[in-house]
Structure formats: C-alpha cells, structure tokens
Design a protein around this ligand. Structure first.
Ligand SMILES: C[S@@+](CC[C@H](N)C(=O)[O-])C[C@H]1O[C@@H](n2cnc3c(N)ncnc32)[C@H](O)[C@@H]1O
Length: 219
C-alpha cells in the first residue's frame, strides 16, 4: 500500500525540477522569535525542504521525513549546497514515532489532507506529545470549501462527510472544517488561524485553493 502511495509522490517530484519552490510559508517566518530555543524543528512531509531549510538557516537543528525518495534527495542536496544541517530521511508518517517533549516547532505543511480520519487523529496526538512546553505547531490544509471537495462524491468513495478514498491512486482525501482543526488544539493557545481562497499559479494550470492555516502553542 505504502509503495503505491510513494510512487504517486515520486511521479509528481520526478516531473519537475522543483515542485513547491523555495519560499517558506509566510506565517512560519513571522513567529521564529516565539520558538523555545532549547528544542529542534521537525518537518513532517518535508518535501524539498522549503520550510525546513528556512529554519536551518535561522540556526535550528532540523529533522524531516517524507515518503518520496526524490524529495528527500533534493532536500539533502540543497541543505549541503547551503552548508546547512537538515537531517532528512525517507519514512512513512504513519510508522514514524515522534520523540516526546523534543521539538520547538513541528510543521505539517500541505500533508494532513492525504490521510483517513483515524490516522489524522493519531498523527496530531503524536505531534502534540512531541512538542516542548511553549512549542509551536504549524498546520496548513485544504478545507471543505476547496474546489475539489464539491466533485469528490462523484469521483471517489465517500468514507465520511468530508473524507474520500481514491481507489485508482490508493489515496485518501480529507477536507478539514475550521471547527475540526480548531478542536484538535482547543487546549493550546491560538497564535494564528486564517482561511484563504486564492489562485495558485505556482505549478500546473492556474487553479484555486481554499486553505486553513493554524499556528498554536503548547501550554
Ligand atoms: C503537498 S506536498 C508538501 C511538501 C512540503 N511539506 C511543502 O509544503 O513544501 C505533500 C508531501 O507529503 C509527503 N507524503 C505524503 N504521504 C506521506 C506519508 N504517508 N509519509 C510521509 N510523507 C508523505 C509527499 O511525498 C509530499 O512531499
């Protein structure tokens, strides 16, 4: 199962020199000063490392995992090229154990949409355990207003109100509601929560995305 998923992401990365560009998500760069200094940064689904490399440049020890070999290779090459120390490896999120109380920041950027509801809950629990006191978690996801959500019931098997299964790609798609995302971090301090609807011209044909972005702090 993992192998098929890996191939989908491999194909995406292999088609282009850079899939996501090299600019970090802007909200992340705004809150660097709030990160506890004694911890590390963990980027889950690190991709080519646009966020991880930014934090490595700020002096943080950065770790990351991704299911795509090509993404990890690119991230490591870039890290070496810029004389940075990003420890990135190929691993599936669902089998990755996060060390408790270790991280100042954990990043899940455009990753959580691709898991079924139960896996999402487990991943978020592990993330919350992995953070230090005052540590930050950053999550960026497509929400239930995402254009693809409307057509999903015609194309895929519906598993829950906003959760689908694409049999051809063996891939799950979960669209988050704002209250759902807020609910996961009800016991945290909300630093930033935003919803946006915007045209994405960074890859492929221009298309719209409806996105929720959250930054929360562990009490
Ligand atoms: C939309 S990309 C985002 C990449 C990066 N976080 C960024 O914002 O630039 C989603 C990433 O999640 C990775 N991914 C998907 N399923 C995964 C899994 N089960 N375990 C680890 N990584 C996974 C993909 O390989 C891909 O790099």
């Amino acid at each position: 199962m993992t192998k098929i998923k890996q191939n989908i992401w491999e194909k995406e990365y292999k088609n282009v020199d850079s899939l996501w560009g090299f600019n970090p998500n802007s909200i992340l760069s705004q809150y660097v000063e709030m990160l506890p200094e004694n911890g590390e940064v963990l980027d889950i689904g690190i991709g080519e490392g646009r966020n991880a490399l930014f934090f490595a440049k700020q002096g943080f020890a950065v770790e990351g995992i991704d299911i795509s070999e090509t993404a990890i290779e690119r991230c490591l090459e870039l890290s070496k090229e810029h004389n940075l120390n990003v420890k990135a490896k190929v691993q599936d999120i669902t089998s990755f154990e996060i060390e408790p109380n270790k991280y100042s920041l954990i990043i899940l950027s455009n990753v959580l949409n691709f898991f079924p509801d139960d896996d999402i809950k487990i991943i978020i629990e592990k993330v919350k355990n992995g953070l230090l006191k005052n540590g930050l978690v950053y999550i960026n996801v497509f929400d239930d207003k995402e254009p693809g959500r409307k057509k999903a019931p015609e194309k895929y098997e519906q598993l829950a109100e906003h959760t689908f299964y694409n049999e051809r790609l063996n891939m799950f798609l979960h669209y988050f509601t704002r209250s759902e995302l807020e609910g996961f971090f009800a016991d945290y301090k909300m630093i930033s929560l935003s919803q946006s609807y915007s045209l994405d011209i960074s890859h492929g044909q221009p298309h719209f995305h409806s996105t929720l972005e959250i930054m929360s702090q562990k009490p």
